[in-house]
Design a protein around this ligand. Structure first.
Ligand SMILES: [Zn+2]
Length: 411
């Protein structure tokens, strides 16, 4: 592990301004960044501009990457990468829909303060985490610490969608130069070394159209759809055998989430459709690679075809494979974060696991770098009404990022 003086860490910790952190989080929550397809003004652009302006004012070097129209990644950095490590503190600027605002006790974009919490869509997932990493980097900068490497901040777009922000980052020089990342997603500041993976399998079943009175003249793909649903528990059992057990993650699950028949045309009671489709949401723990996952789904499709002669069953992954990730406790990044939690909070690190996939999944898969997910906000709070972040957790997160970054990069 690189050496960081205790004095340097202490000096940077005292540069965290709690009131500034609260206000920054509230400002970010007040800028709605729900991405609404079809509405070019409903993107991350406004919040990204705010982040860019704030970081510019603090004197950071910056790069704005226009990933798609109105969808910019904001990257900022401190220190030199040459010869040292390059650590990314990562967050996303998009938030999920607020749903029916009438269901909220605290309006979704008002960033109300109550009971030591900030309320609003994205308070936990994850404008709180973005604010905490910005304040942490600013504190390090203000302390005048001479970093032994480069600290990079990434406020990326589209984590809640296709993850185009992080996929783009991985193709750029800043992304390719990274040595490790802390993903600041809401995990109640637990140190998460594992994330469940997800594969969305879009299954297309073809039969042959016919009159409902003469089913023998066609091939009914709905029969095959039924067989597919019957095969789901067996597929889930296979994945549970293939994947490693984790004390922090639920075992693999295979869940049908969409079925549609017919795919095209009008619904008519006397017409056997030619095509139907289904989506399976497959959650995995670490172990199998892409080819193994694919061959299990292939085998399920073949079993369905064997049970339903004449039907053709094919599948493809929706937005690729997001496999489960795991890093070892011996990784320098993990040791730095564990030490950082102790230095920042005086408490021992609590280990945890991320139930879904994050931008960290892509960083791990595409760059092969170690990632730790650790950030403020309850794990179950995201995407609910009356989402909130505890201010105490927010402050702890900023401190953890300061101590972890200085420990990992050295001074
Ligand atoms: Zn998130």
């Amino acid at each position: 592990m690189a050496r960081a003086g205790v004095a340097a860490i202490k000096a940077a910790l005292t540069c965290i301004d709690e009131a500034e952190l609260i206000e920054l989080t509230r400002e970010l929550v007040r800028i709605p960044s729900v991405v609404r397809p079809g509405d070019p003004t409903a993107t991350e652009a406004a919040v990204a501009r705010y982040v860019e302006a704030w970081l510019t004012k603090q004197g950071f070097d910056l790069e704005v990457q226009e990933v798609a129209p109105g969808r910019p990644n904001v990257l900022a950095w401190l220190g030199e990468a040459e010869g040292g490590r390059s650590l990314l503190l990562e967050g996303h600027t998009d938030v999920v829909t607020e749903g029916d605002p009438g269901e909220w006790t605290h309006p979704p974009f008002a960033a109300e303060l109550a009971d030591g919490r900030i309320y609003g869509r994205g308070a936990a997932d994850m404008k709180g985490g973005v604010a905490a990493m910005m304040i942490a980097a600013a504190a390090i900068k203000r302390s005048g610490a001479a970093l032994g490497g480069r600290l990079v901040l990434g406020a990326l777009v589209d984590e809640e969608g296709e993850m185009i922000g992080v996929k783009h980052l991985c193709t750029t020089p800043i992304g390719r130069g990274l040595s490790a990342a802390i993903v600041c997603e809401p995990e109640q500041n637990e140190v998460c070394l594992e994330q469940r993976g997800v594969v969305w399998a879009r299954i297309a079943i073809r039969g042959r159209m016919a009159h409902g009175a003469m089913p023998e003249a066609g091939v009914n793909p709905i029969t095959a759809l039924g067989a597919l649903l019957q095969e789901v528990p067996a597929l889930e059992r296979r994945f549970r055998k293939l994947c490693r057990k984790s004390p922090h993650l639920r075992p693999p699950t295979v869940t049908p989430t969409v079925v549609r028949a017919p795919v095209q045309g009008v619904e008519q009671a006397n017409v056997i459709p030619s095509r139907v489709k289904a989506l399976l949401d497959i959650r995995l723990t670490s172990g199998p690679d892409e080819a193994t996952v694919a061959s299990e789904i292939d085998a399920t499709c073949r079993r369905v075809m064997a049970r339903c002669p004449g039907s053709v069953v094919e599948w493809e992954p929706v937005s690729g494979f997001r496999l489960a990730t795991k890093v070892e406790r011996s990784e320098p990044l993990v040791r730095a974060v564990v030490a950082g939690v102790r230095q920042a909070t005086g408490r021992r690190a609590v280990f945890g696991g991320v139930p879904g996939s994050t931008d960290g999944t892509i960083l791990r898969m595409q760059l092969g770098i170690p990632i730790v997910t650790c950030g403020p906000g309850g794990r179950r709070i995201p995407h609910q009404v009356d989402e909130y972040v505890e201010i105490a957790e927010l402050v702890d997160a900023a401190k953890i990022y300061v101590a972890s970054a200085l420990t990992y990069l050295g001074t």
